[in-house]
Design a protein around this ligand. Sequence first.
Ligand code: AGP
Length: 607
Amino acid sequence: MCGIVGFTGARSAAPILLKGLRQLEYRGYDSAGIAVLAGGAIDVEKVSGRIAKLCEKTRDGAAVPGVTGIGHTRWATHGAPTDTNAHPHLSNDGRFAIVHNGIIENYLALREELIADGYVFESETDTETIVHLLEFNYDGDIKAAVMKTAARLEGSYALGILCTDAPDTLYAVRESSPLILGIGVGENYFASDVTALVAHTKNVIYLEDGEMAELTSASIRVYDCTGQEIKKPVSRVTWNVEAAEKGGYEHFMLKEIMEQPGAVKAALVPRLHEGRIRLDDFELSAEELRGINKIIITACGSAYYAGCSGRYAIERLCRIPVQAELASELRYGDPMVDEHTLVLVISQSGETADTIAALKECRSRGAKIIGIVNVVGSTIAKLADHTLYTWAGPEIAVATTKGYTTQLAVLYLLAIYIAERLGRLDEKDYAALIKKLMQLPKLLQETIDMNYLLPTVASRYASQSLFFIGRNTDYAVALEGALKMKEISYLHAESYAAGELKHGTIALIDEGQPVIAVCCNEALADKTLSNIVEVKARGAKVLALAFRGNTRIVSQADDVIFIPRIDTIFSAILAVVPLQLLAYYAAKEKGCDIDKPKNLAKSVTVE
Ligand code: AGP
């Protein structure tokens, strides 16, 4: 939540900061601001609302001269999204300006202290306490003031700092919020995400918790929390700037839906060698796996729903009990986790606060942790014992699509890997599953191609509150389908295990009530078909999702969306695609802001 950027070099900073902020806007879009150093003073420009408004106000940066600056795009936590609460914030003496991503938990106590010392607050934000604390701690040594200040902060922060006494220098500090340094030629940068850097450089440094960086146009120095300079490895970003742009699509979400066949291929192919699965740089031995008596999958939102689907694949193939747990619940739930538990932590961003907390809780109880993460170098990737990257590339739309399907692909891969290691699969079945796995990219493409009529279907169904139903693997898909619909079209959508309808929910079915029935689990399709008949008898309008060739469903449902036939183990990865498209077209028809839905942010770094 919130994105920060910084630039120092010989070029005009403001246009570069605005361009970076546009790339980070998915992280929050309540207000935006920049601060640029020029002529010994800091010029701050900020607005409530989108970055486009800030561009207009600053004439695309032309109205803000200077070559060193910082910028911020906000997802409001403390205080409404007003101009005053927008970052950057200035110290009372005008010497410091800061931008902040994260939450300062002890800000009220600090604020009281500072007010008692005579500091005047303009905003309601937690961030403003940091800038006054900097002024309070400053005695001519900026680095020392930054470190002293950081030592008083509790919570999470990625900070970008300007000081008029060092007019060509940027300071950046990280604690539990992502911060990446970009190494340019005669210029340097920082940002919350590499997407804001790739237009300028592919050489980056990932800051770790407790580290501070000092950037000038000619150098980058990194210090640990004791002030000791440390040498940091330089990483190379593997994707191009085009990957983070719309490439002719009207929305990032549609582009990312279309990218799924390629993304799933990228998640699978590097891990398959001559028909066998090889995990990246680690192995799980048969002996180690035999010591595992339970697998817990923990995550939030769609990543949790990917876990709900993956659970079925792992249980069916490995015969190990699997629990999918919401990270926000698990972290406070006194979980039954010990050294015999394998925990799979799933996160696109790798920065979700609740997921990180759940990981730490499980780790403290002795569990082994495997992270399934998209963003390279993110917190979860670093905290896990082993990480399997999903290699989906940058996902910009707030609603995840390729992030989710690549998580599923990795879960399938892991399920087959563990089953084989435990001797639960013979060579023939193993080879057959690998073959099916390898067909997924092609079948995903077919699924997309088969659903070109969805805009019409969407306008028939997505006009009021919707129900999504399914059983087992189909229920997991229904959960994700309903979430997609809610988050981008703002239509009320509920998902139910189809067998639960009779236990209460069917009371809500009236004439014309749209019901989306997922019927891709062949073993249970007839059971769901009965539920379709029951809701139809009460007036529901049913859109079914089924395998191509399922003629029985055509006679019962009002409309049917088909997907290619595939083993039930893998059906969720295909079945979710039409539901993503359905939500997309419903939101489009309603004129919603599809890539940046209201009240949401891409990466939920606060509890
Ligand atoms: C999905 O469309 C959501 N926007 C959201 O539920 C998301 O999946 C969740 O916040 C978890 O994010 P993560 O994968 O980055 O941890």
